[in-house]
Structure formats: C-alpha cells, structure tokens
Design a protein around this ligand. Structure first.
Ligand code: SAM
Length: 250
C-alpha cells in the first residue's frame, strides 16, 4: 500500500464523488448527536480536526458555535471556504497536517469525525493529535472520535463493490493486511471511457479495537463519558455497530 496515500486521495476531485453520500445531512445527524450529548455553552469554541469540505463545521456554525477547522487537503479546504461563504458563515479554516498542528487557543470541543484517524504507519503518529488535544481543551472539554468498529468491519467486509456516480464507474476493492484495512479505488469516467493510472487511488487505515483505543486515549488523561454505535445515538454493540463514536472528557 502506498505510503502517504492520503495526500493524493483527499486532494483528488474524485474523493467527494466516491463519498457523495457523506453529505451535509449525514453530518447533521452526527452534529446533533454531539451537541445533545455534550450540552455546550452558547459561547463554546469547537475545533473540527481534519474537517474536509466543512460539512460538520457548517452544521456546528449554524447551531451558533464559534468553530475552527483544519485539514491537509487544499482542495477540500477550498470547498469548505466556498460552502461557508455561500451560507454567510465565518471561514475559520487553516491548512495543517494533523501531526504538526500548532495551536495556542483552547477549545470546549475537539472533533475527529468520519474516520479521520489511523492513516499513519506508527501508533505514536496516529495518536499524537489526541494526546495534544488534551492540552488544547478547556476544563471539562470534550474530545469526540468517530471511527469504525473493527469487529463489525472484519465480519462484514465487502471485498468488492461497484457503483455509478454521475458519469463515473467506481470499483472499490477491500482487503485486510498487516492490521490495516486497505482499499483500492478504480475510477473510469464513462464519458471518455479511459482507465489510466491517475484514476487509481488507495486508502489504508490502521485497525484499532475499541478497548485498545480507550486504553490508549485514557492514558493521556481523558475519561470516557459516552459511546455510541451509530449517528442516531444507538448504544454501541461490538458485534452489530458499524461505527464507534467515543466521547472523552478532560
Ligand atoms: C475521511 S475524510 C473525513 C473528512 C471530514 N471529517 C468529513 O467527515 O467529511 C478524512 C479527512 O482527513 C484529512 N486528512 C488526511 N490526512 C491528513 C493529515 N495528515 N492532516 C490533516 N488532515 C488530514 C483529509 O484531507 C480528509 O479531509
């Protein structure tokens, strides 16, 4: 699997097409769950780490909060700014690699949503931001991680799936290797009917089991407060939940 796959894939114009179902409505569900669980004060400050095109950022902003967001992808940040501008929402976005983010402000809520975690080879790199997040939070602040449920993923792995989005034929091949879920994404634009090298992308995310995640994150000083198995706020179940949504408190 290609190292630094995330620098290429999230910069590509195709990422948002492949994940077009991960839209503002999908983000709204999760934001509502987060807000009704954390009961933030009206003047609370939120940081959305790896905010992508700003779909959660915009939902939090619309709810009246002071929101900041960063991402590595210039293309997605451009989208985030344009989407916020169109909705007359302040554009507090900046470009940063999650491993090297340098912030002086403190927040009441820090989010890491829709599997924006586990991209790097080393555990220390993957957990670096979470460790830093502890000091970036005000007392009683929350850190929310929305990741997949490894047990469910392993037992329900669809090796191959295909779909059509606009003129694109998208084939996704998945396999688990060396404790990572890997995906090869092959895109053919039926308009030009050409399959060339630029239309193949990769994803590779390290698999962390629930207990392992909680144990490691708790070592930084966080206390687990709530956990859910989907964006509707259903209880987490190791066998049947697709997502693992963890709420930690400082
Ligand atoms: C699966 S997407 C989720 C985006 C957003 N949270 C959402 O739900 O739409 C993962 C995001 O992580 C960002 N990302 C990947 N590697 C990163 C890095 N090293 N530092 C900061 N952001 C990164 C990508 O650009 C992408 O926006």
């Amino acid at each position: 699997m290609k190292k630094d796959w995330f620098k290429v894939w999230f910069e590509s114009e195709y990422y948002q097409k492949v994940y077009s179902h991960r839209d503002s409505e999908d983000a709204k569900l999760l934001c509502e769950l987060i807000l009704k669980t954390t009961h933030l004060q009206k003047d609370a400050k939120i940081l959305d780490a790896a905010c992508g095109n700003g779909r959660h950022y915009i939902n939090f902003s619309k709810a009246g909060f002071n929101v900041f967001g960063f991402d590595l992808s210039k293309n997605l940040l451009f989208e985030a700014k344009a989407n916020s501008f169109n909705k007359k929402i302040p554009q507090n976005f900046f470009c940063s690699d999650i491993r090297f983010t340098c912030l002086k402000t403190r927040f009441d809520l820090i989010t890491n949503l829709f599997t924006s975690f586990g991209y790097f080879d080393e555990d220390d790199e993957n957990f670096l931001f979470i460790e830093k997040a502890f000091n970036l939070l005000n007392e009683n602040g929350f850190y929310v991680l929305d990741y997949f449920n490894v047990e469910y993923l392993k037992n329900n792995l669809k090796l191959i799936s295909e779909k059509k989005v606009e003129s694109l034929h998208i084939k996704e091949e998945r396999f688990i290797h060396e404790n990572r879920i890997n995906k090869k994404i092959i895109i053919v634009d039926l308009k030009n009917n050409s399959e060339n090298e630029n239309m193949i992308f990769y994803e590779s995310v390290k698999l962390y089991k629930r207990d392992e995640l909680i144990e490691r994150i708790s070592k930084y000083g966080f206390k687990l407060q709530f956990e859910f198995g989907n964006y509707y706020g259903e209880k987490f179940n190791l066998k049947s939940s697709e997502r693992l949504i963890l709420f930690f408190k400082k």
